[in-house]
Every structure is written in structure tokens, then in C-alpha cells.
Design a protein around this ligand. Structure first.
Ligand code: NAG
Ligand code: NAG
Ligand code: NAG
Ligand code: NAG
Ligand code: NAG
Ligand code: NAG
Length: 408
């Protein structure tokens, strides 16, 4: 797959960087990490010393996972809105079952994730040698997630460092890979709003074992004879409003910063071209388009998309149901101790376990075409789609742009 239009995006980004440099001197309240800062200035570890190492110059960090433990780190500070970026090089070779998470969270600690947390996730799902990594993104608001998208990448993320960034302002959340936006999550500003906007978040990364779900839905197990699995990090950079209790001055002046000015509220024309290319070529899973999931509660494999053009209609009731099919939680899985899953038992998520598999509702007939309805609702998906109503509750979905997230 050849990546087109990236040079235009580069020009855009170069100008953003120049702009950023030109105004950095006036951003007193805004945090910027000098590249020379050491790990301990800005981060704390959440793992045994044995699983965290740095290069001789201190600029590159390595997290390792073996049978006894995974490893993680987090920023000491919290931020609300800004630009967050880091370069990662993922575990190479046979990394099936291994997940490297890189995320922001308002209420995650060693002990677990708060029930009312906001979260912005990048997760890299390992694979067998020679098979592609999948990158999963997700957004949580007030403890509710289930908004996964999965992409394949246009390069091998285990061969070299690539940057993974988040742009977060009150208008949009952008997930970027090497400056290419792969996902746009808009603040649609509806009453049924799942945009994280209030809670300041810290930035985290961790490596952990998730062989009960990560690779081919849990069929591919971690090969522990290959341990330790190591992921590498460098060039952390943040340009954001650093949180200070009760309320930092920058909260009221975020529009003074490039990451919250008009050009950062929407994709630029060049970004739109790149984003469209990503949508066409790299998306392997999108929760909004997942009709299977309402039946099985499971994320299908990329080949499981029988009708990729199908768009599930989502309304409040559907959203509520979606919130019950969240994939297992990295924290409960125990980034700090992989043999003793801190809280969540394997297969505890009943929608992922065979014993409690979500059963189709079977007998209901669509009130328009009389075909069998494969979910709890009134309309089959085809009728719901053509009428623009939610298949479950029949509510007219006035503006589906938010759910498709393609209104850019
Ligand atoms: C990193 O730590 C240094 C020293 O504590 C601090 O001055 C700086 O603001 C921190 N940077 C960020 C991005 O938080
Ligand atoms: C957040 O979730 C909790 C339940 O976990 C609920 O009680 C609370 O009302 C929610 N807050 C908002 C703002 O939705
Ligand atoms: C959301 O709507 C409110 C009220 O209509 C408006 O004041 C606010 O600016 C909107 N926010 C965004 C991010 O569009
Ligand atoms: C692993 O590789 C297979 C085969 O190429 C692919 O279908 C799958 O999406 C990849 N990723 C994961 C996480 O299983
Ligand atoms: C695990 O890795 C070892 C060492 O490369 C290899 O000999 C073995 O066949 C692998 N096991 C599986 C189940 O792939
Ligand atoms: C991890 O869990 C195992 C098994 O319960 C325990 O023996 C070990 O001490 C734990 N390791 C750490 C670092 O907590």
C-alpha cells in the first residue's frame, strides 16, 4: 500500500511546528518538556525496577513484559486540552498476545481504573511473526467506553520509532500516527454527548499480557519462551494546559494556544485527504458499523465484515447497550502483574465468554419487512438504515454524522 498525499500533510505540519515555535515564548502557563528532561522529572513508573530500563543517555526508555510482570509509566502532571506526542517502537517478532497501551486517563492508578474516568486510548495489539500489528483506539467518558476502532498501519511499527499523538481541544480529538490523522472524534455537542471535556488526564503507557482477547480474539497465545517482550519510547512532548488545583489559569485561555485555535478545530484540507485515504485503506474495525456486535458482543475480525458498507444506527439506547460490550480493561488486567490479574478474572466480561455469550433475540420480526430481527428491537438493520431510525428503539436519528465520525 502506498501512502499518498503525505507530503502535503508534512508541509501543513511543518507550518504548524513553525507556528508553535514562534509562539512558545509567550506560553508561560503551558507545559513544554525540554528534550533534555529526564524520566523522573515528568514520569513515575508503575512496575518493578527490573522491568524498566533506559538507554545510556537516558533519552530512550524500555518497558519489558515477562511472565512475572508487565510495566508502565505515567506523567506526574495532569492536563486538560493540548498536544501530546511520543515516539514508540513496538515489540518485534512474535508478539501475539502482547498489548502496548499508550493512553490518557483522568482516574487510573496502579490499583485500577475509576468508574467515572475519561480516557483516550491507543492500543497496539501484537501478532505472530510477519503478521501485521493492529492499532486500536477508544474513547471513554465517565467510565463508558466501547468506542473501538481498529486500523492496520502503513509501515511496520516494530522496525523503527514512529510518533503517536493526540490533539485534544473542546472541538475535536485527533488520533495521529506520524502526523497523519487516523481517527477524528468530534465534539458533536449533542445532549447524548460522549466527548471527554471536563476531566484533566495524565498520560500513560504500559505493556501487558492480553492473550485472552488481543490476537485473533484470544486464539493466539503469548509465547512466553520469547520473553521478555520490550517496547521502546522516546521524544515525549506535550504542549498543553497543565492542571493545577483547583483550576489552572490556562483553562480560561486555551484559545491563546495553537492547539485550541480555529485551525485545530477541524481537519485542514490536506489532513482531510490523508484521513480519507486512511478511512478507505486502513480501517479494519469501526464500532459504529458493527452489526455483528449487537448479536455476539464480540469484535469481529477484519474478515468478519460481511458488509463493510453497512452502518449501524446508534441512538441513546444503542449506546447504552454498547457500553456493556467493552473489551477487557488494561488496568484490571494488571499492567503491574500479569500472572495475578488485578480484579478482572479471565473471561469475566460475560460478553466475551462462551458460557455467558449474548444470545440473539431471535424471534422478533421487523415491523416493516417482517424479516427476523437479530437484535433487541423493532426494525431490521436494512429497514432501520433506509428509514434513518435506530433499529432498537425506532427513534429517528436526525444527524448520524456524529456516529459515523466522517463529518470532517
Ligand atoms: C517536566 O518536569 C519539569 C521538572 O519538574 C517541569 O519543569 C516541566 O514543566 C515538566 N514538563 C511537563 C510537560 O510536565
Ligand atoms: C457518571 O457515572 C456515574 C455512575 O458511574 C453516575 O452516577 C454519574 O451521574 C455520571 N455523571 C455524569 C456527568 O454523567
Ligand atoms: C456547545 O453548545 C453550547 C450551547 O449551544 C455552546 O455555547 C458551545 O460553544 C458549544 N460548544 C462547542 C464545542 O461547539
Ligand atoms: C494479525 O494478523 C492477522 C493475519 O494477517 C490479521 O487478520 C489480524 O487482524 C492481525 N491482528 C490481530 C490483533 O489479530
Ligand atoms: C515459541 O517460541 C519458540 C522459540 O522461538 C519456538 O521454538 C516455539 O515453537 C514457539 N511456540 C509456539 C507455540 O509458537
Ligand atoms: C505477581 O503475582 C504472582 C502470583 O500471584 C506473585 O507470586 C508475585 O509476587 C507477583 N509479583 C509482583 C511483582 O507483584
Amino acid at each position: 500500500m502506498e501512502k499518498r498525499a503525505s507530503s502535503m500533510a508534512n508541509i501543513f505540519l511543518i507550518s504548524v511546528v513553525l507556528f508553535l515555535l514562534s509562539c512558545s515564548s509567550i506560553q508561560e502557563t503551558v507545559a513544554q518538556t525540554p528534550s533534555s528532561s529526564s524520566f523522573d522529572d515528568n514520569f513515575s513508573k508503575t512496575c518493578p525496577e527490573t522491568h524498566f530500563t533506559t538507554s545510556a543517555d537516558g533519552h530512550t526508555w524500555y518497558l519489558s513484559l515477562d511472565k512475572s510482570s508487565g510495566c508502565g509509566f505515567e506523567t506526574k502532571d495532569k492536563y486538560r486540552f493540548g498536544w501530546f506526542s511520543m515516539k514508540l517502537k513496538l515489540v518485534g517478532g512474535d508478539s501475539a498476545g502482547v498489548v502496548t497501551a499508550y493512553y490518557m486517563c483522568s482516574d487510573c492508578t496502579k490499583l485500577g481504573a475509576g468508574p467515572e474516568r475519561d480516557e483516550i486510548d491507543f492500543e497496539f495489539l501484537g501478532n505472530r511473526t510477519g503478521q501485521p500489528y493492529t492499532i486500536q483506539t477508544n474513547v471513554y467518558k465517565n467510565g463508558t467506553g466501547g468506542r473501538e476502532m481498529r486500523h492496520v498501519l502503513w509501515f511496520d511499527p516494530t522496525e523503527d520509532f514512529h510518533s503517536y499523538s493526540v490533539l485534544w481541544n473542546p472541538h475535536q480529538l485527533l488520533f495521529l500516527v506520524d502526523k497523519t490523522p487516523i481517527r477524528v472524534y468530534k465534539n458533536a455537542n449533542y445532549t447524548n454527548n460522549f466527548f471527554p471535556i471536563e476531566k484533566p488526564m495524565s498520560l500513560f503507557s504500559s505493556i501487558w499480557n492480553a492473550d485472552d482477547w488481543a490476537t485473533r480474539g484470544g486464539l493466539e497465545k503469548t509465547n512466553w519462551t520469547l520473553a521478555p517482550f520490550v517496547s521502546s519510547y522516546k521524544d515525549f512532548s506535550v504542549d498543553a494546559c497543565k492542571w493545577e488545583d483547583p483550576y489552572p489559569a490556562c483553562v480560561s485561555t486555551t484559545t491563546e494556544h495553537w492547539w485550541d485555535q480555529y485551525p485545530s478545530w477541524y481537519l485542514s484540507n490536506d489532513q482531510k485527504v490523508d484521513y480519507a485515504w486512511v478511512q478507505r485503506n486502513l480501517v479494519v474495525y469501526d464500532y459504529c458499523k458493527d452489526s455483528e456486535r449487537e448479536i455476539s458482543g464480540e469484535l469481529p475480525s477484519s474478515s468478519g465484515h460481511k458488509n463493510p458498507r453497512f452502518t449501524a444506527m446508534v441512538c441513546e439506547k444503542c449506546e447504552k447497550k454498547l457500553s456493556k460490550v467493552i473489551v477487557p480493561d488494561k488496568w484490571k488486567e494488571g499492567a503491574h502483574n500479569t500472572t495475578e490479574a488485578g480484579g478482572r478474572k479471565i473471561n469475566e466480561n460475560k460478553l466475551l465468554s462462551k458460557k455467558h455469550r449474548w444470545t440473539p433475540y431471535g424471534t422478533t420480526k421487523c415491523i416493516i419487512c417482517k424479516q427476523q430481527v437479530h437484535q433487541d428491537g423493532k426494525y431490521c438493520h436494512t429497514c432501520a438504515y433506509s428509514k434513518g431510525v435506530c433499529a432498537m428503539c425506532g427513534k429517528q436519528v436526525l444527524d448520524t454524522k456524529f456516529y459515523k465520525q466522517s463529518n470532517v
